[in-house]
Ligand binder design. Structure first.
Ligand code: PMP
Ligand code: GLN
Length: 378
């Protein structure tokens, strides 16, 4: 039968992790921590299971977790989301984003993505029957280009997806940029998906500019969070979406007939663990130390380091090392040097080679040192 997504193959993350395993390479490709989460979080989930929280939770998620997220948004970003009508627990950010896209994009609607972008956005829009409109971030700096975004908007534009801190470029949007976006969207009825899964990984004293802080954006936004990223448990696949009640109502219509709801004990466990904000408040410093260790290790190498303002990624320019394309270089690096990375071209629909690859530094210090030692040989 005709393929729904004829251009989709296996994700680059799966491909590179398999290659890394095959060659016993240090895996700095796919973004996930190689260290354990806080045992207190495990205890909290265990306690929830033993307390009998093992049947279906409410469709939108358990009350205590929605309450905890509502409080967190208010404290951190100054916006009150109603726990009952404006927050939904999802099976990770991936399901949240697909569900939000399906909820608002009708066949023929246009949806804008800013390239490079996370690899699920484009297939998600195509699944909904939408027309993908790709707008490049400024080459080299990866900053949003508002003239280009403005030029891409038409009466059919239904959706814009943004992501800060940004995967893969590790840039973060500034307050001024968020205000500019707010101004640009003001005369439109465009819906925004703000993918904020790396919200707690911002460095050098910068603040995360959540769309929740900007009334004109929050009023039209699905704001996506991931506990997998925040609590070092990417395999748990659990996150949330915060959105105004009217958007949430549409979101839940799709959600209830997609996953219906998300596993109960993790929800209770996370809600319990969230009573202490320290784990996420400490995250910027925790990851900044890792970023600095990794950058210091490569400082005198032939890799040219790009800025890493947020997320757990470090991009490097490889043009001083190799004439291979990014994709071939990542394969070669994994096989011959024993370090896996992700080519930036994987985040573009039309593979665009700019000689940049992405490393993930969400790793034990010893893993990072091992990788550095190998990379410095080049
Ligand atoms: N958005 C971005 C930008 C990501 O990097 C990721 C994780 N790689 C996701 C969404 C998906 O997050 P989750 O694992 O919670 O589905
Ligand atoms: N978000 C992770 C990354 O960018 C990978 C998630 C996945 O494997 N789909 O590396």
């Amino acid at each position: 039968f005709p393929s729904r997504l004829p251009n989709v193959g296996t994700t680059i993350f799966t491909v590179m992790s398999a290659l890394a395993a095959q060659h016993k390479a240090v895996n700095l490709g796919q973004g996930f921590p190689d260290f354990a989460c806080d045992p207190q979080l495990l205890d909290a989930v265990n306690n929830a299971m033993r307390a009998g929280h093992n049947q279906y939770p409410p469709m939108a998620g358990v009350q205590v977790l929605r309450d905890a997220m509502s409080e967190k948004y208010q404290t951190l970003y100054g916006r009150k989301y109603d726990a009952n009508t404006e927050i939904t627990v999802t099976a990770g950010a991936t399901q949240a984003i697909l569900t939000a896209v399906l909820a608002c994009v009708q066949p023929g609607d246009e949806a804008i993505v800013l390239e490079p972008c996370y690899d699920s956005y484009v297939p998600n829009i195509e699944t909904a029957g939408g027309k993908v409109v790709r707008v490049p971030l400024t080459p080299g700096t990866f900053r949003p280009d508002f003239d280009k975004i403005a030029a891409a908007i038409t009466p059919r534009t239904r959706l814009l997806i943004i992501n800060s801190p940004h995967n893969p470029s590790a840039t973060i949007w500034t307050d001024a940029e968020m205000r500019k976006l707010e101004e640009l969207l003001a005369p439109t009825d465009i819906i925004l998906i703000s993918d904020e899964v790396y919200e707690h990984m911002v460095f050098d004293g910068a603040a995360h500019q959540s769309a929740a802080r900007f009334p004109g954006l929050a009023a039209r936004a699905f704001i996506v969070s991931s506990f997998g990223k925040t609590y070092h448990v990417t395999g748990w696949k659990i996150g949330t979406v915060a959105a105004p009640a009217a958007l949430t109502a549409e979101f839940r219509k799709v959600h209830q007939f997609n996953v219906f709801t998300v596993n109960t004990p993790m929800q209770y466990g996370i809600a319990d663990y969230m009573q202490d904000p320290a784990p996420y408040l400490q995250l910027p410093a925790f990851y900044q130390t890792k970023r600095d260790l990794f950058r210091a290790g490569l400082k005198d190498s032939r890799f040219k380091l790009l800025p890493s303002q947020g997320s757990y990624f470090q991009c490097v320019d490889i043009s001083g090392i190799s004439d291979l394309s990014e994709a071939d270089f990542c394969q070669w690096l994994t096989r011959e040097i024993g370090v896996a990375a992700i080519p930036l071209s994987a985040f573009y629909v039309e593979k665009f080679d700019q000689r940049v690859v992405r490393f993930c530094f969400a790793k034990k210090d010893e893993t990072l040192r091992d990788a550095i030692e190998r990379l410095r040989r080049l």
